[in-house]
Design a protein around this ligand. Structure first.
Ligand code: SF4
Length: 321
């Protein structure tokens, strides 16, 4: 099949605070932040998968684990059919690269632009550096000897993208790559990413808190809430007819692309140390029922989509008849 990358039941728990001697002597149980709590997703070769959620939903943790920048607490990563472990994560590093939100902190401030790109290349070929910088829409002669601080945020994000391309990746993990930029620059960078994806037949995992950005760029989306996937499907279908109440709330608060920031649905983002019982969205959900407080809804296929919500329980039964 066409699956490039797959995760099975990924979990990432961090220790909320370091245990002191007192906690150890009194045998207090450790307190964990459950940043990612059982995430199974797949990414097809050549697609753009959008990962949408508020901060604290686990989307960046998922990206970092896929890039092998962090290790999961449990669960499996399967890349090109190979189960990834400590001994073979080089395979992922060869093909997968991550581009971060803030280019100013992801490039070396003491290096000139041409060296930032060159350093990432296997064959350190000056002509290739020129090609890459031109491919991302920069004037080579203008930028080559500049330092990061001499460039604008948009120019610098283009340099960071050129640096990622210099490693000849198949799969780019883009973590809010346009969120730190001005609205007009944001759409330029999005258009650049769309063009690069088509021309180079790249696969993207595109992390964003803004569902309008996902609508623009992603073929398929997963919606994350409190460390879990709550809905997954074709972007147009999810956006035109959101099934999960959280997706509905996100869409109700959506700004147009390039306009002001997304206003998250009302209510508190849940604690990841003591997440709400049952469905984690229940304290904010207008449709919450008794069962929602007691039992966690599984992520189940409904009409060609996956949704974790008790409202659709009757549709699961239909599906299994
Ligand atoms: Fe709302 Fe219940 Fe569905 Fe959770 S399971 S989203 S609380 S209706």
């Amino acid at each position: 099949d066409n699956i490039l990358y797959k995760t099975i039941d990924l979990k990432k728990y961090y220790l909320a605070k370091k245990r002191g001697i007192l906690e150890t002597i009194t045998r207090q149980p450790p307190i964990f932040v459950k940043a990612l709590d059982g995430v199974s997703i797949y990414i097809r070769k050549g697609e753009v998968l959008g990962v949408v959620g508020e901060s604290g939903s686990g989307k960046t943790t998922l990206g970092k684990i896929l890039a092998t920048l962090e290790k999961p607490t449990s669960g499996s990563l399967i890349f090109m059919g190979i189960e990834i472990n400590d001994n073979n994560e080089e395979i992922v590093r060869k093909h997968v690269h991550m581009v971060f939100q803030n280019p100013a902190t992801s490039v070396n401030p003491r290096m000139r632009v041409k060296d930032i790109v060159k350093e990432a290349m296997k064959n350190k070929d000056e002509e290739k550096v020129r090609e890459l910088l031109e491919e991302v829409g920069l004037d080579y002669n203008y930028v080559k000897d500049k330092y990061p601080r001499e460039l604008s945020g948009g120019q610098l994000q283009r340099v960071a993208i050129a640096r990622a391309l210099a490693k000849e990746p198949d799969f780019l993990i883009l973590d809010e790559p346009t969120s730190a930029l001005d609205a007009s620059v944001q759409s330029q960078i999005l258009n650049l990413l769309v063009d690069l994806q088509k021309e180079r037949n790249l696969t993207y995992l595109f992390i964003t808190h803004n569902i309008a950005v996902a609508r623009f760029i992603a073929d398929r989306v997963i919606i994350m809430y409190a460390g879990k996937v709550v809905e997954e499907g074709d972007t147009r279908e999810v956006i035109s007819e959101p099934m999960h109440p959280y997706t509905q709330a996100l869409l109700n608060s959506v700004p147009e692309l390039g306009k002001k920031e997304l206003k998250p649905p009302s209510g508190e983002v849940p604690s990841l140390i003591n997440p709400p019982s049952g469905c984690r969205f229940h304290p904010r959900c207008p449709f919450a029922m008794q069962i929602c407080k007691e039992r966690e809804p599984p992520l189940v296929e409904v009409n060609g989509r996956r949704v974790a919500c008790w409202l659709y329980e009757t549709n699961w039964k239909k599906a299994s008849d």
